[in-house]
Design a protein around this ligand. Structure first.
Ligand SMILES: C[S@@+](CC[C@H](N)C(=O)[O-])C[C@H]1O[C@@H](n2cnc3c(N)ncnc32)[C@H](O)[C@@H]1O
Length: 273
């Protein structure tokens, strides 16, 4: 890739979605753009870069950003966050809010929805009073949000992390696909939102304030400065005393908020003070 174009792409990815791409990651751009180049009849990534330079907010630019995000996810990923919801967080919130109080949960960077579904299943099985738990899933990827909203999973997807008991209870088979049943679907909403934009706070405001936020396996892609800003935006959307659940190797940083570390089965969760 021409150095000028690679530099432009690095800055573009950082500015638009907070993706910090090292100098040795040129191959990643090339490999992720193969399909787009073909679809748009472009010669190579340099031509692609020149095109989006002219229209950084255009449709092609959005598709480039979408293609650069990693949507890898699975049901009940890491398991302990869902055990923590069942055994610690939901009981605490239910006691604090009484029998009918609303509980708002946000899956920030929800990808294709498996995380939100796992939260919904856990709530269904452990929170008394159906309809109290409202789950918002957001992601930058328009494709991922569309898939999550559909709530249709392949055999391969349901085989990743979903126990047979929950599969049978919460999903309906339709040929070789599995549809999320309406009782689960109505607990979830999905929307497009960019974690690195200040606008994030107003985009999610009407679904909050949040008692629990899952923001997992996305903070790792950001620079420390950007990570701190994202966490502060999330904190501004949360209820005091609410829980922040990060990925197993991630920690919240930030200066507008203070977090109390809570250990659950030796794993760290974070409580907003
Ligand atoms: C690896 S997936 C993690 C999904 C899920 N949280 C999990 O842990 O299984 C990361 C997700 O973050 C999304 N993402 C990346 N940058 C983002 C941004 N700036 N704003 C919102 N979502 C972003 C990607 O589109 C992708 O779906």
């Amino acid at each position: 890739m021409q150095p000028l174009e690679f530099k432009f792409m690095q800055e573009f990815l950082l500015r638009k979605i907070g993706l910090a791409l090292n100098n040795d990651k040129q191959y990643l751009i090339k490999s992720r753009m193969t399909r787009l180049l073909r679809e748009h009849g472009l010669d190579d990534v340099n031509a692609l870069s020149r095109t989006i330079r002219q229209k950084p907010d255009g449709d092609l630019a959005r598709q480039v950003l979408d293609a650069m995000t990693t949507n890898e996810t699975l049901f009940f990923r890491d398991q302990y966050p869902f055990d923590a919801l069942r055994d610690l967080i939901f009981p605490e919130l239910t006691a604090a809010k009484g029998a009918h109080g609303k509980i708002n949960v946000w899956s920030a960077a929800s990808s294709t929805g498996q995380e939100a579904c796992s939260i919904a299943m856990t709530a269904s099985e452990s929170v008394p009073g159906p309809g109290r738990v409202h789950i918002l899933g957001t992601d930058f990827s328009v494709k991922a949000v569309a898939a999550a909203s559909k709530g249709v999973y392949s055999q391969m997807e349901v085989q990743r992390g979903l126990p047979i008991k929950q599969l049978v209870r919460f999903f309906e088979q339709d040929g070789n696909r599995w549809n999320v049943r309406p009782e689960l679907k109505k607990m979830m909403r999905f929307a497009h939102a960019n974690l690195v934009e200040d606008q994030l706070v107003s985009t999610v405001r009407r679904h909050g304030p949040f008692d629990v936020v899952f923001c997992r396996n996305v903070l790792i892609y950001f620079t420390p400065e950007e990570r701190a800003k994202v966490v502060d935006r999330i904190a501004r959307s949360m209820q005091k005393g609410g829980y922040f659940v990060s990925g197993a190797t991630e920690t919240p940083e930030g200066n507008v908020s203070r977090w109390e570390q809570v250990l659950f089965k030796g794993k760290r969760l974070w409580k907003l003070l």
